[in-house]
Design a protein around this ligand. Structure first.
Ligand SMILES: Cc1cc2nc3c(=O)[nH]c(=O)nc-3n(C[C@H](O)[C@H](O)[C@H](O)COP(=O)(O)OP(=O)(O)OC[C@H]3O[C@@H](n4cnc5c(N)ncnc54)[C@H](O)[C@@H]3O)c2cc1C
Length: 240
């Protein structure tokens, strides 16, 4: 069992903002010099958002790996009328705020002696980016699969990074799947849940980790169950 890490409130400064398109952005946040956050890949922080004299909290999975000591990355999708995501859209490099964390139990065991099949849509990629970068950095040689569902080819968060990682690490299969492909797209198409029976039908030696919105999670859980995955072979983090 991993030891519980006590959550702390930490100051952060926005150091970089990357727009992925489709209302999704990467926010790189820097801790003050000498300050670090200890966390496990898959955990999240609460963003403390000052609004009208109050502080509102929202959970965001940490998209960066724990070995990146100076920074914390979040990937955020703007929600129509959303209080905190619209506040994020007004942030500029140099702006400061606070985060509280880490929290969460959506983590890998200390020994990963199975093939993790990571299934994400949209910003559900965040915990898996942290997990995959950490596994590879630690020299994990077992098979790792990532099924990543997005709408459009020109708005796939971290696409170049995962493509390059998969080219360098033959044990990593990166499977982006588009729900609105253009005719020139050569990869997988359709919803993530359809990839379970197609590519991961045999549950032996595998666990499915799912992150994103509830409707997708339910569909992937059903697809896994239909293939014979046991309850303890399917784990998820639900954003809504
Ligand atoms: C453990 C955890 C980790 C999370 N990690 C991330 C992450 O990495 N990136 C990320 O973008 N979000 C993440 N979320 C969701 C996040 O906490 C907020 O709920 C979301 O950003 C909306 O906040 P808001 O204040 O802008 O909207 P609110 O003001 O809370 O909501 C405005 C309206 O939008 C609806 N709504 C809320 N969230 C969504 C949504 N995601 N999609 C569509 N409609 C929605 C609400 O029902 C409401 O009607 C996570 C949630 C959890 C529980």
């Amino acid at each position: 069992m991993a030891e519980k890490i006590e959550p702390r409130v930490l100051d952060v400064t926005v150091s970089e903002i990357v727009d992925f398109g489709n209302e999704t952005r990467h926010f790189n946040l820097r801790f003050p010099p000498g300050v670090e956050m200890t966390f496990l890949p898959g955990q999240f922080v609460a963003v403390l958002c000052p609004q009208a004299g109050k502080v509102i909290r929202r959970a965001y999975s940490i998209a960066s790996p724990p070995y990146d000591k100076t920074d914390l990355a979040l990937v955020i999708k703007r929600v129509d009328g959303g209080a905190v995501t619209n506040w994020f859209w007004d942030l500029k490099v140099g702006d400061r705020f606070q985060v509280h964390g880490p929290y969460g139990k959506f983590i890998l065991p200390q020994t990963v002696d199975f093939e993790p099949v990571f299934v994400a849509t949209g910003t559900g990629i965040a915990p898996f980016r942290s997990m995959i970068l950490s596994l590879l950095k630690n020299g994990h040689t077992g098979k790792i699969s990532l099924v990543f569902g997005v709408r459009f080819e020109n708005a796939i968060p971290y696409h170049a990074e995962f493509t390059e990682l998969a080219a360098r690490h033959p044990n990593l299969s990166y499977i982006p799947t588009l729900s609105r492909p253009t005719p020139s797209w050569k990869g997988e198409t359709g919803y993530v849940q359809t990839k379970i029976a197609k590519l991961f039908a045999d549950p032996a030696g595998r666990k499915i980790y799912i992150c994103g919105l509830g409707e997708m999670i339910r569909a992937v859980c059903d697809a896994g169950a239909q293939c014979g995955y046991a309850k303890d072979q399917i784990l998820f983090e639900k954003y809504d």
